[in-house]
Design a protein around this ligand. Structure first.
Ligand SMILES: [Zn+2]
Ligand SMILES: [Zn+2]
Length: 146
């Protein structure tokens, strides 16, 4: 009975109350951080941030899990960055300037290799040294069979 008594004493002790209070405090901090995190994450992804924060607060675990599943997959700034990149590539193509097919940096029409990413762009004719398309089988300048 002595063991049982000490267990009862423990549950009535200030230490136990302290532990319980700490657990509550931890839960509260976790709850607030999840709400805050949901709000800022939703905002960065262009979702309805306030609405999702309310959902996460009303249903602390389930609401947050649902948000993780249905949230937009990308951050807004990533979407914007990709759009800018695509537009830059389109502008480059539209301008008629040649671009490296791998890194899209501008290249000259007789570059043999891309100076930025070292991708092979052309081969040089063994006879007249001009830059030729890698798929050509004859040099159109000097008729050298390749
Ligand atoms: Zn390149
Ligand atoms: Zn040639």
């Amino acid at each position: 009975m002595e063991f049982f008594q000490s267990v009862v004493d423990f549950f009535g002790s200030p230490l136990f109350r302290l532990i319980v209070n700490l657990i509550y405090l931890f839960g509260l901090v976790l709850y607030i951080s999840i709400a805050k995190w949901t709000y800022s994450d939703a905002k960065r992804r262009g979702a309805m941030a306030f609405y999702w924060m309310i959902v996460a607060m009303l249903f602390p675990v389930a609401g947050w899990l649902i948000y993780i599943i249905v949230r937009p997959p990308e951050y807004l700034e990533d979407v914007r960055e990709r759009e800018l990149e695509v537009r830059a590539k389109e502008a480059l193509l539209a301008s008629g300037d040649l671009a490296c097919p791998a890194c899209f940096k501008p290249v000259d029409k007789d570059f043999l290799i891309c100076p930025s990413c070292r991708r092979r762009l052309k081969k040089s004719c063994p006879s007249c040294d001009r830059a030729l398309d890698t798929s050509w089988s004859i040099c159109p300048y000097c008729q050298q069979i390749l």
